[in-house]
Design a protein around this ligand. Structure first.
Ligand code: 26V
Length: 813
């Protein structure tokens, strides 16, 4: 196990340098000091420097009796930790001094760290940004998650197709984690429920003959920005308990019995890589329950150790923030623990549960809403099913009072969806049991209350609230864009790192020639660095003098990478015809992973690669257009991509992207956005103004209104550009040796049922691109718009978002 006992007994006065020397001496064979080992020893040293503060934070929170927030999430997409720790702890200068003696550059060590890719995309990265903001604002918030042995798969390209490879991120050990066996708990599965009459004559329930799994805590430090706080991300690993099936033992099946322990260890083996369609796998439910139960037991154990089994004040002292419905089995699990383990009655347990649970919804796509077969629950979590039925019965009573005699309403709102195979609707369970339900951007929350959750909004309007997402300016500006950060420091002082609203002061300097020059120089230098990376990763030469037009995010039809690719084809076609009037030289970059089972998304990757091949191999075209697909897009890649981007593509079908957070990272770094009125784009536009944003496309309302009589043919016929793009695509020009492979894509555009309305938005997208291209040809004006974007990005700091969670949901000081 990658524990470092030496680091646990470090002297708090020891310097970073001394600490590093000790780790090199102790941990490494002297001759094998390769970069990976130096990184490991250095990271251990940085962790050691955190230990005293980490302990002090815990002690202080315990003694002060501060309210505790537990952020429960199946995903924490943390990325690398080293540069972030050095920034937040203000250790960069010291590091430079220390590393001088070892003739190794910091960047070289940083490159050795494996990304902690314990998340799919937006939802997981949001959790990571929130942890940084909570620590930086001195809030007592603990992240609870799963220590997946394998994170998000590594993406390789074979002949332009995505291939998935396992991500063994723990291969070289994880220097940041501390295994904490004293917090072990056991999590029950299977078995059945029994009832009995207790001494007071009350009926009690127990869950018996369970198969128990051990949950072992691994803690990761979460340092606040230049304050004394170190919060904790507690990740659970599943292990087998030592209880063997005695029967099997006695029958002499020793090996079988030991081998069966594997089942327990499988639970935390791998992250599910699909972020858009729910797939109903039993192992996924096991993960969810494992996380929920272990985390709640941990919170309750801590409480009981301090207050005994008196839960009068428990709800005043705790909030559980559920990151989507993934950990929503925590609701019946808290009921179970309070009733079956601590003997509380239903009403008291329900009061506590419904006053501590808060639910964040992250998607409107119906296919992503979690529903679990009742059958699966009955088998795996029988006691929880009893409790869910009881919650539902009591809640439906209330619905019946509100809408007397309305059977349809009861059926529509029931937590149990009836049918041949009855299902539990986890979102409904979460709404019923939570005191707060929030969406992640203004439009998203509005659509939730007027659509998906309309009936619930009628019943409990006070539960619903909006919390527009944000991203941490530490990682996404101070750390990833040192060129711009230094410029900001010079102009504004360093206060913006903690208070991003200060960036608005830049608006006073948009005519300042010197600032404009320095701004351009910073962008150029970032673009040169990205160009080198693109050359290395994609084999394509990007020219930093050309416009960098970027779309990086998960590949999904609703995000419409297809619209972007069609536009590239359109430009390619114009250039080949010699129609160069509207052309501004540009380099287009697309990156992102497709869910392994999502055929259409995978085909889009293939299309991008085939188009890129044609574009980049035509010497008539490359002076004006270059196109690359960036493989294995992840957090570390984004750190290099967003500082170098000129134009950020946020082009989802309106009403489909809950918020988006990549959009905010680009804006902070001075990119201009080409985008639809979707998610947080709307609020970004509000902040920066229409003159500094390339807006296009149908609104969410227009999309809905068009749906019943959508006729793609009409839009194709009306647009010469789109007609020609379709002809070129249909001619097989991009798949000469692979006839027909793109037919599913062509058909989807031409299909009147196309929910993403590619054809409807193409022309308006093209025109917005013409505007962007024209604007880019005036570097002075472009740079002014760029500055205004950074200046207007203050509202999208996750510090602002977390301030709202703190005041309006958590109620903590
Ligand atoms: C669903 C499932 C289904 C089962 C398999 C695993 C899995 C993992 C994730 C999800 C839901 C993903 C929802 C999501 O990521 N939503 C994104 O949340 C971002 C943060 O709020 C937001 O910015 C994006 O717009 C939204 O798509």
């Amino acid at each position: 196990e990658p524990v470092s006992p030496a680091s646990l007994i470090c002297d708090p006065c020891e310097t970073l340098g001394a600490c590093f020397e000790r780790h090199i001496d102790k941990s490494l064979a002297p001759k094998e000091r390769d970069d990976q080992e130096l990184f490991y020893a250095f990271a251990l040293s940085v962790k050691d420097q955190m230990l005293p503060k980490w302990r002090a934070t815990r002690q202080q929170d315990r003694e002060a009796g501060n309210k505790r927030v537990a952020y429960l999430s199946l995903e924490f997409l943390m990325g690398r930790a080293l540069s972030n720790a050095l920034l937040n702890l203000d250790m960069n200068q010291e590091t430079e001094q220390v590393l001088k003696d070892y003739a190794v550059a910091l960047e070289q060590l940083e490159e050795q760290e494996h990304d902690a890719g314990l998340g799919n995309g937006g939802l997981g990265r949001l959790a990571a940004c929130f942890l940084d903001s909570c620590a930086s604002q001195d809030l007592n918030v603990t992240g609870y998650g799963i220590r997946y042995e394998y994170g998000m798969f590594a993406q390789k390209l074979w002949d332009g197709y995505q291939v998935e490879r396992p991500d063994r991120w723990l291969r070289d050990g994880n220097p940041w984690e501390v295994r904490v066996p004293s917090h072990n708990v056991t999590v029950p599965f299977f078995g059945h429920t029994e009832s009995y009459i207790d001494r007071d004559g009350k009926r009690q329930y127990t869950w018996v003959e369970t198969q128990d799994v051990l949950a072992v805590a691994y803690d990761m430090p979460v340092p606040g920005y230049r304050n004394e706080r170190i919060n904790t991300l507690r990740l659970w690993k599943s292990e087998a308990t030592d209880d063997f099936d005695l029967e099997e033992f006695n029958q002499g099946d020793y090996t079988e019995a030991v081998a069966r322990k594997n089942l327990a260890e499988q639970i935390t083996m791998v992250l599910y890589p699909n972020d858009a369609s729910e797939n109903g796998k039993e192992l996924r439910l096991r993960q969810q329950y494992f996380l929920s139960s272990a985390s709640l037991q941990d919170l309750l154990n801590t409480w009981v150790s301090q207050h005994g089994a008196d839960f009068t004040d428990f709800a005043r002292q705790h909030v559980m923030q559920l990151n989507d419905t993934h950990p929503s089995v925590a609701i019946p699990e808290l009921m179970r623990l309070l009733m079956d383990k601590y003997g509380l009655g239903w009403d008291q347990a329900w009061t506590i549960t419904s006053q501590t649970m808060a639910y964040t919804n992250h998607t409107l796509l119906p296919e992503a809403l979690e529903r679990w077969p009742v059958r699966m629950f009955a088998h795996m979590l029988p006691r929880l099913l009893d409790i869910i039925y009881e919650i539902n019965a009591r809640y439906l009573d209330m619905v019946a009072h509100h809408w007397p005699g309305d059977g349809d309403k009861l059926r529509a709102m029931s937590i149990i969806e009836e049918g041949d195979e009855p299902h539990i609707r986890m979102a409904y369970l979460a709404i019923v049991a939570s005191f707060s339900v929030n969406g992640v951007a203004g439009l998203h929350t509005q659509l939730l209350t007027s659509g998906l959750f309309k009936d619930f909004y009628a019943l409990w309007p006070e539960k619903f609230n909006n919390k527009t997402n944000g991203v941490t300016p530490r990682r996404w500006l101070a750390q990833s864009n040192p060129a711009l950060a230094q410029l900001l420091n010079k102009r504004l002082g360093e206060g913006w790192v903690k208070d991003l609203s200060r960036l608005s002061a830049l608006n006073a300097f948009t005519d300042d020639k010197e600032l404009i020059k320095a701004w351009q120089a910073a962008k150029q230098s970032n673009k040169r660095q990205l160009a080198a990376l693109v050359k290395q990763e994609c084999g394509v030469s990007f020219d930093p003098k050309m416009m960098f037009d970027v779309q990086v995010k998960r590949i999904h039809e609703y995000k419409r990478q297809l619209l972007n690719i069609l536009h590239v084809i359109h430009l390619y076609h114009l250039i080949q015809q010699g129609k160069l009037t509207d052309i501004t030289p540009r380099c287009v970059l697309i990156g992102g992973k497709a869910a392994p089972g999502y055929a259409m998304a995978k085909l889009l990757i293939k299309l991008a690669n085939n188009v890129a091949h044609m574009v980049n191999s035509d010497p008539l075209v490359t002076p004006y257009l270059r196109f690359a697909f960036y493989p294995n897009y992840n957090v570390s890649a984004m750190e290099r991509i967003c500082p170098a981007t000129d134009l950020s593509e946020q082009i989802s079908t309106a009403g489909k992207e809950a918020s988006g957070t990549g959009n905010m990272k680009f804006m902070m770094n001075g990119a201009l956005t080409i985008g639809t009125l979707d998610g947080a784009n709307i609020e970004m536009l509000e902040e920066v103004g229409e003159d500094n944003f390339f807006l296009f496309g149908l609104t969410a309302d227009e999309v809905e209104a068009l749906k019943p009589h959508y006729d793609p043919q009409h839009f194709i016929a009306k647009s010469q550009a789109l007609s020609e793009v379709m002809s070129l695509l249909e001619s097989g020009h991009f798949n000469l040796l692979e006839p027909g492979i793109f037919d599913p894509i062509i058909d989807s555009i031409r299909c009147p049922k196309d929910p993403w309305m590619i054809a409807a938005d193409f022309e308006s997208y093209r025109l917005a691109q013409v505007q962007a291209a024209k604007s880019y040809r005036d570097p002075h004006h472009w740079t002014q718009m760029s500055i205004r974007n950074t200046a207007a990005s203050g509202r999208f700091s996750s510090d602002v978002t977390i301030g709202q969670y703190r005041d309006e949901i958590w109620g903590i000081a």
